[in-house]
Design a protein around this ligand. Structure first.
Ligand code: MN
Length: 346
């Protein structure tokens, strides 16, 4: 990071310039529709609620929404600002300003993508390297560990005080997107400290998000983990470890339980790649990928029509489970042939 004293006037780094432009866009808006991606995680919904609370506090008419599921995931129901959440059908038909948060591509909005062409301005705030640039104004920084980091920087530029509620929303996304502060810079640790100073109680906040599963989760895990397959040498020298969660496995359980599987499986893949295929309908799969460090799974996912981060990404597939794995292995082989989709830098 450049020291302020070393910076020449008029030569702001692009991201700081961009933060000011975005702050101006927000300052001029009487209303704002803030959208998270489908099946919102703590970073997507937390970022939207944090920005929503900040704008609402300034007298802006705010609606926060997402297309699926119909209600807020149970694990995120304690994030402050729930009163700002509006069902998709109740959103303005022709919004002035739409802000998308943590949304890498228009398709990730589900049916709410229909708002993009009718909105006067679409502002995209995101940290996915694969962001497709579908808005009018973009605050996209792949070096930000969470979209919440960008929102925090934006609030500072806007002169908004980060109170305990806003802090909780930001902290939830920060803690989960960094895998409990594993993938994190010292600057983001300092941000986390600020948020705790503002009133966040990490253990109370994160308990429902990461540490609360129903007992039936264990039976699902025993089946899903028991059928995991390890393919040595599928990723250069490294392994691919994969399993699937069928509709039958997931019956009666929440998305939170299904999504937890990959965090267990990935611990067995070394520096290789982990894939968990989640069945969403007969012959329909949403495939989550994780990298242990040797490969950039955003590149692999992008080659399969998906996207994400270098360490966590995903794509959709139609067909049976063997065809999911065959397609993934072909993409991994193609990336090897192309010189390896290695992660650059430390
Ligand atoms: Mn995120």
């Amino acid at each position: 990071m450049t020291e302020p004293g070393a910076r020449r006037a008029g030569a702001l780094p692009p991201i700081e310039q961009r933060l000011r432009e975005v702050a101006q866009v927000l300052a001029g808006a009487p209303s704002a529709v803030l959208l998270a991606h489908v099946n919102p995680d703590a970073d997507a919904l937390g970022s939207a609620l944090a920005l929503g609370l900040a704008l609402h506090g300034r007298g802006v008419e705010v609606a926060v929404s997402f297309a699926e599921p119909d209600i807020v995931p149970q694990s995120l129901a304690q994030l402050p600002g729930q009163h700002l959440i509006v069902r998709p059908d109740d959103l303005p038909v022709r919004p002035g300003l739409v802000v998308t948060l943590d949304v890498a591509a228009a398709e990730r909005l589900g049916r709410l993508r229909d708002l993009l062409p009718v909105a006067r301005t679409v502002l995209v705030i995101d940290h996915h390297r694969t962001n497709s640039g579908f808005g009018d104004v973009h605050l996209v920084d792949p070096d930000a560990e969470a979209t919440g980091v960008l929102v925090a920087r934006l609030l500072d530029v806007m002169g908004v005080r980060i109170d305990a509620d806003i802090a909780a929303d930001l902290y939830a996304g920060l803690a989960t997107d960094t895998v409990s502060f594993r993938n994190v810079t010292s600057a983001t640790h300092r941000l986390a400290a600020r948020l705790v100073d503002a009133g966040v109680r990490p253990s109370e906040l994160l308990g429902p998000i990461t540490d609360a599963h129903p007992f039936g989760w264990l039976a699902m895990l025993s089946g899903v983990l028991g059928r995991a397959v390890r393919v040595p040498g599928a990723v250069g020298e490294a392994a691919l470890v994969h399993t699937c969660v069928t509709l039958e496995d997931a019956a009666g359980l929440r998305a939170e339980e299904v999504d937890s599987v990959i965090d267990i499986v990935r611990t067995t893949a070394g520096d290789g790649v982990t894939a968990v295929a989640k069945q969403t309908a007969p012959e329909h799969w949403q495939v989550s990928l994780r990298s242990g460090g040797a490969r950039d799974v955003a590149v692999i996912a992008a080659s399969l029509g998906g996207g994400g981060h270098s360490w966590a990404a995903g794509f959709a597939h139609r067909g049976d489970y063997p065809s999911v794995i065959a397609r993934l292995r072909a993409a991994l082989d193609a990336a090897e042939t192309a010189g390896g989709a290695g992660i650059a830098g430390p």
